[in-house]
Write a new protein. Structure first.
Length: 120
């Protein structure tokens, strides 16, 4: 047991980091693909973090109502979900509006030289 996990290290890595992380990344991508706002993503990740903590309790004998371990799982899952959301949103903006924006990194885009994105 450690500060980051309350079960075995292997259980924490498999359940929270790998399975929970993959689900968080996929949730972030799904929210970006359907143009949902970020507060919806945070709500979905809250529910996912509760599910991950429950599975840790049910499968590995961890504590169910540990706020410290839930916050650690929640912070990790939110970080991965936001990364998945941003990468997907960057790809959306630069592919659907390729005459207006160009990709600068996996997480960002900028206005193309000479382009104007003002409405009026």
């Amino acid at each position: 047991m450690g500060f980051l996990y309350d079960t075995s290290l292997a259980g924490f890595i498999i359940l929270t980091l790998v399975l929970g992380g993959a689900a968080a990344w996929s949730t972030g991508r799904a929210c970006a693909l359907t143009w949902r706002p970020l507060f919806v993503l945070v709500w979905f990740i809250f529910l996912l973090s509760v599910a991950v903590r429950f599975l840790s309790f049910a499968l590995y004998g961890g504590t169910l109502l540990s706020v410290q371990h839930w916050l650690i799982a929640f912070a990790y899952l939110v970080a991965l979900a936001l990364a998945g959301w941003r990468v997907t949103r960057t790809n959306q903006m630069t592919s659907q509006y390729r005459w207006l924006y160009e990709k600068t990194s996996p997480f960002g885009w900028r206005l193309r030289p000479g382009a104007d994105d003002s409405i009026a």
